[in-house]
Design a protein around this ligand. Sequence first.
Ligand code: HEM
Length: 483
Amino acid sequence: RLPPGPTSLPIIGNLLDVASKLPHRSLWRLAERYGPLVSVRIGTAVVVVVSSPAVAREVLKTHNGSITGRRAPDAWNGAGHAANSLITLPAGRRWRELRRIGAEHLLSPRRLDGHGLRAAIRAALLDMRRRVFEESSSSAPGAAAAKPVEVGEVPFVAMAELMWRAMFSCSLDAATLRELHGVAKEAARLALTPNISDFFPAVAAMDLQGIRRGMAKQVGKVYELIDQEINKRRRAREASGGGGIDDEQKAADLLEMMLDMWEEDDEVVINRDNTIRTFLTDLFLAAVDTIPCAIEWAMAELLQNPETMKKLKAQLSSVLGSKECVECSDVDSVPYLQAIIKETLRLHSVVPLVPNKAVDTVEIQGHIIPKGGNVIVNLWAIHHDAEVWTDPCKFIPERFLQSNEFNYQGTDDFDFIPFSAGRRLCLGLPLATRMLPALLGSTTHHFEWTLPQDAMENGLDMSEKFGLALSMATPLQAMVKAM
Ligand code: HEM
C-alpha cells in the first residue's frame, strides 16, 4: 500500500526517474503523472514525495509527530558535522534544547527587536547602503569603465557581518568575507548534491564522489574561524576572572550565552566546544546561504519587471521619504515590499525540498508510509500548484496584496509554506522575515539598478542551481546609480 510511483529497476530502483540537476523539478514531473503522493525507490531507500498543499498538511500537521525524523545526507558527516547539527539531529532532547537556545537567545522576535540586536541590524543595513553607494560611483551607467556589481554579494556581506556580530560581537575583514562567500556557496552545493553514498550505504565509507571530503573541507574553514573566536573569548573570560566581556555586549552575544551554559557533563547539551562550534556554523551558513539567494532572485525579477520596480520605489519614497535605509520596524508600512518578498519566496522557493523521515508507520490518504521511510515535501511543487496559483510560473506580487490569508507560518491550507511548517519549521523565520524586506528595501530605496547591456540585449539567465538553497546558476550582475 505504498503510494503509487514508477516501476523500479533492480538495484538502482527509480534512480533514472529522479536523478537530475534540479530534483525539485524532476519530482514535480513525477507528481504530475502519479499524483501528489508518490513513492520511489532509490537504491535501498524508500522515498515518498509530497507535492500538494492538502498532503503537506497531513505530513506537516496531522501526522507531524511521526514524520519529524531526519536522515542526514552523507555529505553532512564531513568533519563529523551531522552528529551535533540541529538541522540533522533527530527530534529528541538535544534537538529541542538547541532549538530553544537558538530561539531564546538570538532568533526570537523579543531578541531581534530588543536593544542590542536592533542596533546590530541597523548597523548592517547602513553599512550595506554605504557599500552600494561606493559601488554606485564606479558602476553607474556612463561612468568611465563602468563595472557591474555582483548583486548577491551585497546581502551576503550584510548577513555575514550581522551574524558574526550577533554571535561574537566583532566584525570580519574583507579578505575573510570573500573567503567565506566562496565557502558558503560550495557548502550549499555539496550539502545536497545527489550522492551514491546516500542510497547505497554499503559503499558510503568509500565516499566515491568525494562529497563528504569536500564538505569537511568547507565546514572546516568555518570551524577554524569560530574556534578562533571561542579561544579568544575563553582567554578574555579567564583574564577577567570569568566575567567575560562587558554587560552591554553580553546582552547581544550568542557565544557568551553558550559559554555560560557550558558544563562538562554528558547530561548537559552544551558540554563540548564542538557542540557550540557546530551550532554556530549551522546558524551562520543557514543565514548566509538563504537570505542573499532570495534577495538575488527578487532583484532579478525587479530588473526584468520595471513597472514593479517603479511601484516599489514610489511606495518606499512616499512612506520613508529621505530615510537612509529601510529598517525592520518600517517594513509593515510598505505592503508592496512584503508582497514582492512573498512572491519571490513562492516563485523561487529558496529551500525547495524538505527532507523528513517517518519515525512510525503512518497512513495517509489510504497509503502507507513505512517507519524509516524518507518523506520529502516538495515546497517548490506546492508553490507552483496550478490549482492554487493562477499563472504559477509568473512573477505577480499583487497576488499577495489581495489576501491577508498568507502569513509565513503556513496557512490552514498549506499552500504558501516557504519556511515549511510544524515542529521543524525554520528556526530562522523571525530573522528572515525581518531581514528580507529590510535588505531589499534598503538596496532599492535611493538607488537605480539596471541590467548590463549584454543582459538587456540577450535576456537574463534565470536558470537555477540546486543546493541547500536554490540559487541563480549565473550570479546576477547589475549596474547601480545613486539617486
Ligand atoms: C529565505 C530565508 C530562509 C528560508 C526560505 C528557510 C527555509 C527553511 C526550511 C524550508 C527549513 C526546513 C524545515 C523543515 O524541516 O520542515 C528550514 C530549516 C532551518 N532553518 Fe531556515 N530558512 C531561511 C532562513 C534561515 C535563517 C536566517 C536561519 C538562521 C539564522 C535558518 C535556520 C534554520 C534551521 C536551524 C533549520 C533547521 C530546523 C530544524 O531542523 O529543526 N533559516 N529553513
